[in-house]
Design a binder for this molecule. Structure first.
Ligand code: SF4
Length: 323
């Protein structure tokens, strides 16, 4: 059975008349074609969510019988309502050139990490590296990640759970986004093997640059008088308790802090408020990836603790959403 047939079976099985489709930006090119196909074959009306979708933390609230969320694995701890996660098949594993490029940089004991897209490759990669004498560990998933070895930009459990058994990590994937947090959280080398470019690289330089940027943001926020603490409305990003705790902490230190509730966190939506610095409790990566787009410093919760003197820079940790 093809992947779309499987999806059609689910739609028919649930007796849906209206179906919402939510695509990550990278899969938008498939939206019109898929909506047309589903409407023709399942006799339903499709509604494509045109808001950006960043992950399984971010499922659209749509007035439909069934929401089909594409391209992400569900977060096991969340209770989704009327949502079917449609996991597109990953590409087949072809040449191992990217792996052979990474192999000389690897220590003996290696933790294997990847995203959902390449997770089907891990057994073959493990076997390939074991033949070359490496000891491979693949961390089991937990409440927020669905698959062994899977990384999220906000959850590094599959890396930390094997930390004591490995001397470094190999990440299979195309960018820095997912493994960056591992490189900052854990003082061990993180090597990226990029299957699209067929190349490999060490993440150390990127890690050092990001840490310098974070240090500068903390220093800039030291003199802030009014802090805006951002709280997300998204199902997998809402950390209201943390936000209210941070507000209380700020007030304990004689700083003013106010809570700002948002769905999409974007610099243009925060303009006009008399706030000197932002503290972001929504997706942990907003403060890291988008910092240059914000006029005021934007901090993670742990960086805010450093500003308040509750934590030192030596105890810096990368923000994760842990439940
Ligand atoms: S919270 Fe951010 S990093 Fe985590 S899954 Fe959602 S979008 Fe990705």
């Amino acid at each position: 059975m093809g992947e779309t047939d499987r999806l059609l079976e689910v739609i028919r099985g649930r007796n849906s008349k209206t179906v919402g489709l939510q695509f990550p930006v990278g899969l938008r090119t498939k939206a019109v074609e898929l909506a047309q196909e589903i409407e023709a074959k399942a006799d339903v009306t499709c509604l494509v969510s045109a808001d950006p979708s960043f992950g399984a933390c971010d499922v659209a609230d749509m007035p439909v019988d069934l929401i089909v969320h594409l391209g992400h694995a569900p977060m096991p701890h969340l209770r989704y309502n009327r949502v079917f996660f449609f996991d597109l098949p990953g590409p087949p594993l072809g040449s191992m050139a990217f792996l052979d490029a990474a192999e000389p940089m690897l220590p003996k004991r290696v933790g294997l990490l990847t995203t959902t897209q390449f997770r089907g490759w891990l057994p073959a990669i493990q076997a390939h590296l074991e033949k070359k004498g490496h000891v491979i560990r693949i961390g089991e998933p937990d409440r927020r990640v669905a698959y062994a070895g899977q990384l999220l930009g906000c959850d590094y459990h599959t890396a930390t759970v094997v930390e004591g058994d490995v001397d470094g990590y190999l990440y299979i994937g195309t960018g820095d986004f997912h493994p960056l947090g591992v490189a900052i959280l854990i003082d061990k080398p993180v090597i990226i093997a990029d299957p699209e470019r067929g190349t490999a690289r060490d993440l150390k330089e990127v890690r050092d640059r990001v840490l310098r940027q974070r240090h500068a943001a903390i220093v800039r926020a030291q003199d802030a008088r009014v802090f805006g603490i951002i709280v997300s409305k998204k199902i997998g990003q809402a950390r209201m308790e943390m936000a209210t705790d941070l507000k209380a902490l700020a007030e304990k230190h004689g700083r003013q802090a106010n809570l700002f509730l948002m769905d999409l966190v974007a610099p243009e939506l925060l303009q006009g408020y008399r706030v000197d610095a932002w503290v972001n409790t929504a997706c942990p990566r907003i403060a890291i990836e988008d910092i240059l787009q914000y006029k005021q410093p934007i901090l993670t919760p742990q960086e805010f603790e450093i500003v308040l003197g509750e934590r030192t820079w030596n105890d810096y940790v990368f923000d994760e959403i842990r439940v």
